[in-house]
Design a protein around this ligand. Structure first.
Ligand SMILES: NC(=O)c1ccc[n+]([C@@H]2O[C@H](COP(=O)([O-])OP(=O)(O)OC[C@H]3O[C@@H](n4cnc5c(N)ncnc54)[C@H](OP(=O)(O)O)[C@@H]3O)[C@@H](O)[C@H]2O)c1
Length: 342
């Protein structure tokens, strides 16, 4: 059986990556593609990396355009998904790559997004304990944010097993595509190249409550996150360094064993061999997270590092995993953990 997928936000970075993955999918075909200001343009002009779709024209983002497909991907800026999702058929499967439906706490949404609250959908991170089964039965799934995916994969098993404390410090660098395609002065090549800089410092990044929500759920107790994001001079990739107090007597071997046990059968998460540390270049283009952990006994801290591609496992690849589960096809259909390097 072949399914059709509609993509809203198809002219953006996440939408373009979805189209790239769909072109290699054995059971889901590209259906209607919709844009915002670029509606009417040919995909060949907007995404020259997708020659197979060069003659497809971007349609307006009208619910009627999206309503006939088996699955809809919404790859829109936050605040734009809810009004569309509300008028699509209730039994139509939707994966929202934006933040609109990720948070269960209305207060946290209003504090960090300063916008009206749309509600909460099932959080689509299949590698979290128990999530896969729920996603398979869902018609609406909120795809996680890019930084929160890396931090959840790195920290959830250690928190669930009680090997670490309850305040996670995250310093994570992202490539510039994490900010989307809209031009801004801070993303000019002359500002970014040859330089690294922090932004949204002091606990104000909007992904903070999402990380806390996921890690609190995994741990079964309140977990706080101190998050400092960095902008790195590369187009793609996230390198997240998470540190946290070690529980008494926990050693590097315990951290590594815990991560191994959690991810032994997960195709898209790799715990690297002892002594090798994640690098973004190894995950580029693949739907994968690479992990490594160490205990620092002198300071009593655990350090876990995760690398992944923000547009694949951090966005479109994860959305495809969710869509595959929702449609009842193999979770890894159309996806690879193979990266592109150098
Ligand atoms: N970039 C990442 O690494 C990443 C990772 C995880 C999640 N996400 C999330 O995915 C979503 C898309 O991100 P992105 O990086 O792809 O952003 P982007 O490159 O800026 O693309 C945004 C897309 O939304 C369309 N759009 C904007 N306003 C619209 C409106 N009012 N009505 C209809 N379409 C509209 C744009 O169309 P036009 O260009 O034609 O105007 C474009 O296709 C965001 O919610 C983002 O937070 C992104």
């Amino acid at each position: 059986m072949t399914y059709s997928a509609a993509v809203a936000g198809a002219s953006g970075y996440a939408g373009g990556e979805l189209l790239r993955l769909l072109l290699g999918h054995p059971a889901i075909q590209v259906g209607p593609v919709a844009g915002g200001s670029k509606a009417g343009q040919l995909l060949g002009e907007v995404h020259p990396q997708l020659p197979e779709l060069a003659s497809s024209r971007l349609l307006p983002t009208d619910p009627d355009v999206l309503a006939e497909s088996d699955i809809v991907f919404l790859a829109l800026p936050h605040g734009q998904s809810a009004s569309i999702a509300r008028v699509l058929p209730a039994d139509q499967r939707i994966v929202d790559l934006g933040a609109d439906f990720r948070l269960g706490d209305e207060g946290a949404w209003k504090a960090f997004y300063n916008d009206s609250y749309a509600g909460h959908w099932l959080y689509g991170l299949p590698e979290l304990a128990g999530a896969r089964e729920q996603i398979s039965e869902a018609t609406r799934v909120a795809n996680p944010g890019c930084y929160p995916t890396s931090v959840a994969i790195a920290m959830a098993p250690l928190l669930a097993e009680g090997l670490v404390g309850d305040l996670v410090t995250v310093v994570a660098a992202s490539g510039t595509s994490g900010a989307g395609r809209s031009p801004t002065e801070t993303l000019l090549a002359s500002q970014v190249m040859g330089s690294m800089s922090p932004y949204k410092v002091g606990g104000v990044h909007q992904h903070t409550p999402e990380m806390e929500q996921t890690l609190t759920h995994a741990a079964g107790r309140d977990i706080a996150v101190s998050f400092t994001p960095l902008l790195a001079p590369m187009p793609r990739g996230i390198l997240a360094t998470c540190s946290i107090d070690l529980a008494d007597g926990v050693r590097t071997e315990d951290l590594r064993e815990c991560l191994h046990a959690a991810y032994a059968s997960e195709r898209f998460v790799t715990v690297l061999p002892d002594g090798r540390w994640p690098q973004t270049s190894s995950t580029l283009g693949g739907n994968s997270v690479h992990l490594q952990a160490a205990a620092d006994p002198r300071t009593g801290r655990a350090i876990v590092v995760a690398a992944m591609d923000n547009l694949v496992k951090g966005a479109a690849g994860q959305a495809m995993q969710n869509a595959n589960l929702m449609l009842g096809i193999a979770e890894d259909a159309g996806l690879t953990d193979t990266g592109v390097a150098p």
